[in-house]
Design a protein around this ligand. Structure first.
Ligand SMILES: Nc1ncnc2c1ncn2[C@@H]1O[C@H](COP(=O)(O)OP(=O)(O)OP(=O)(O)O)[C@@H](O)[C@H]1O
Length: 280
């Protein structure tokens, strides 16, 4: 089976919708009444402080955890996601932080390991290699060979393989959990390009990140969780870093926000001085 754009929902259509999702672990209410929509051809960033509930939400969507309450609607119908393989069969793929790649196996083996059934019943070694190149091409990925072991690849290239792997089986939604956390500047830029490619192919992308620069560079919408609840939602062009930080921390007078506004005030003053707008 190949990833066909024709199978996908038209851009702008809601493909995944969460309503009233809750999850408790003993005394900890990790998620309360969470809602979130993801549209085809859109990158939604899911942000929040440590313990805000991001990982729990990802695990609910990917079928690792069963929610205590709430509805998940995927491609227009209410679904229960019984486990990660069910999520993948539905069309919800997740790239977890650990990437789950086998270092000693090559790129082709890693792309299809354990998901041969998603690639199609009759796919052989040659077919897998062709499909591997096709998936990497979809991402405009820079991998020198599909026959080199993962151990020989850089961090950005590994992330690329993990993202390509998530595309086997034609998902409609891809979730990326902190994809740039362990990467340097150039590799981060590479991964942000991949995310843009995913959006261009019409996928709904959920990006979990602590990095506001990455989020602001690539997301269309930003959903902020705080203490397991929806705290705010922004279109990326409407949110300043200070507003985002305030929504994440729940306070507008925190150290990061006031530092950001001091810096922005001093930049404005400098701009005015440079353009000769100062008084006197
Ligand atoms: N398996 C679990 N058992 C008990 N409590 C849990 C479990 N998983 C998460 N929690 C708790 O649920 C809350 C939300 O945690 P979660 O890991 O979802 O937050 P997060 O936003 O992903 O944080 P981080 O950015 O640190 O990964 C936290 O209070 C956490 O301690």
């Amino acid at each position: 089976m190949s990833t066909s754009v024709a199978d996908r929902a038209p851009a702008g259509e809601v493909v995944l919708s969460l309503a009233g999702v809750s999850k408790r672990f003993g005394a900890v209410q990790a998620l309360s009444d969470v809602h979130m929509d993801v549209r085809a051809g859109e990158v939604v960033a899911l942000v929040g402080d440590n313990g805000a509930g991001k990982s729990t939400l990802v695990k609910v969507i990917s079928g690792v955890y069963e929610p205590d309450g709430g509805d998940i609607t995927f491609a227009g119908r209410k679904v229960t996601v019984g486990g990660p393989s069910e999520a993948q069969a539905l069309g919800i793929a997740t790239v977890f932080q650990d990437l789950a790649l086998c270092d000693n196996l090559d790129v082709v083996a890693n792309l299809f390991l354990g998901q041969e059934q998603l690639a199609g019943p009759f796919i052989d070694e040659v077919g897998m290699e062709k499909e591997a190149w096709r998936l990497l091409k979809t991402l405009s990925a820079k991998i020198p060979s599909v026959r080199i072991p993962i151990a020989a690849l850089s961090g950005g290239q590994r992330q690329t393989v993990a993202i390509a792997r998530s595309l086997v089986g034609s998902p409609q939604v891809v979730m990326l959990d902190e994809p740039t956390a362990a990467l340097g500047v150039a590799q981060t830029a590479e991964v942000l390009n991949l995310i843009e490619r995913l959006r261009e192919t019409g996928l709904g992308v959920i990006l979990i990140s602590h990095n506001m620069a990455d989020v602001q560079a690539v997301a269309d919408r930003i959903v902020v969780l705080r203490l397991g609840k929806n705290a705010a939602e922004f279109r990326v062009e409407d949110a300043s870093t200070a507003e985002l930080v305030a929504a994440i921390t729940g306070a507008s007078d925190n150290v990061v926000a006031s530092r950001a506004s001091r810096r922005s005030a001093s930049t404005q003053t400098e701009t005015h001085i440079e353009s000769g707008e100062q008084d006197g």
